[in-house]
Design a protein around this ligand. Structure first.
Ligand code: ADP
Ligand code: MG
Length: 356
């Protein structure tokens, strides 16, 4: 289908594309605080979890909220990094099948990942890490693995085999996990708590395309979030929200061209070990819990249209916007009234799903 690629963003639209932030962002490991005139918003940019994060508070104890949020992001990164030898996940991944001690918060997030694995019939799996690494998605050194290698690695992929008991976790020997598919959403939830505790009632958190907002804009109007086009630059639609998370997983976010004309992206189907190509180009989940939205956006992308619709019907705790390969935009009834297509995409076929 023909869809124009160039979209200009309305000035009122916070499309929150990474490019809006990167210019003002610091280098890895650094952060910068910018303060507007008295009473204005305050922002901080942090590079952590492989992501440029931009946090903006509009009221309350802004400086305290931002500095506590930065400390928390850095603490969580140390706790859950797969590469930092001091992290709990590193220790667990190198425990050789022996029990490893982990904190309550790590145990809880692993348990949540396991719940999602069950809920999605295995489409979401935190133990995919060695397969993602084989493809080079963890370090950018991309290659197409052989089928033999993939089936070998897939033998150790099955997060339902993780044993969790209080603060002890046992991974079957050969298994490694990564909480990356949930970590940013969870981090957004923690920042939201910190902001609220500091009296912030209007804030925008952009964690590399994971958007979490507190309250409304300072003038009381809803936040306007752009749903990125999976076909190129710009946004397909504008979404107006208050107090919620808008988290998207798309094949366009990280991918390589295989030399065989095929595009290989970073969201894999745990059943095959190959990039999930089930008809969806991007899946956006809208809801109250960042970690749920984060995990579900990846899950829906893997499940494909039918699986995603089925899961939405079974649950009452999220809304979704799916953009399909054949050029349709599917949205659920709870959010449909808040979505408007940009003119350049007004030709997209839209479909509203209702529960009955
Ligand atoms: P982001 O990289 O912005 O977090 P996503 O939310 O779409 O993007 O999460 C994708 C990440 O999750 C991948 O980079 C990868 O580390 C991991 N991942 C890929 N496929 C799966 C899957 N089927 N289940 C769980 N995690 C996955
Ligand atoms: Mg995700």
């Amino acid at each position: 289908m023909a869809i124009s690629r160039a979209v200009s963003l309305g000035t009122a639209v916070l499309a929150l594309l990474p490019m809006l932030w990167t210019s003002g962002c610091s280098k890895a490991g650094e952060s910068a605080v910018s303060a507007a005139e008295d009473g204005g918003p305050q922002s901080i940019s942090v590079f952590a979890m492989d992501t440029y994060m931009q946090l903006t508070a509009y009221d309350g104890q802004k400086s305290a909220a931002l500095s506590q949020a930065k400390d928390e992001v850095e603490r969580l990164e140390k706790l859950w990094s797969v590469t930092d030898e001091g992290s709990e996940i590193y220790r667990l991944d190198h425990s050789g099948g022996e029990p490893a001690e982990i904190s309550d918060e790590t145990a809880e997030l692993i348990a949540f990942g396991m719940e999602l694995n069950e809920l999605t019939g295995g489409a979401f799996d935190i133990s995919l890490y060695p397969v993602l690494s084989e493809w080079g998605f963890t370090n950018g050194d991309y290659k197409i693995p052989s089928e033999e290698r993939l089936s070998e690695l897939l033998k150790n992929v099955d997060s339902s085999r993780i044993e969790l008991s209080g603060n002890a976790a046992v991974l079957p020997d050969g298994m490694s996990i990564d909480l990356g598919a949930l970590g940013k959403g969870e981090t957004g939830d923690r920042i939201t708590e910190i902001f609220r505790a500091n009296g912030v009632s209007s804030a925008l958190l952009d964690l590399g395309g994971n958007i979490q907002v507190i309250g409304s804009k300072p003038d009381g109007s809803p936040w306007k979030i752009g749903i990125k086009s999976p076909w190129g630059e710009g946004s397909v639609a504008k979404l107006e929200v208050r107090d919620c998370c808008v988290i998207t997983s798309g094949g366009y976010e990280r991918f390589f061209e295989g030399g065989d004309g095929e595009i290989y992206w970073h969201i894999l189907d745990p059943k095959t070990g190959y990039p999930a190509k089930n008809g969806i180009l991007s899946a956006t989940v809208i809801g109250k819990s960042g970690r749920l939205c984060d995990g579900l956006s990846t899950s829906l992308f893997v499940l494909g249209e039918e699986g995603a619709k089925k899961l939405w019907r079974e649950r009452g705790d999220f809304d979704m916007i799916l953009i399909t390969e054949d050029g349709r935009l599917i949205m659920t009834e709870g959010i449909a009234g808040e979505v408007s297509l940009y003119e350049e995409f007004s030709g997209l076929e839209t479909e509203v799903m209702s529960r009955d």
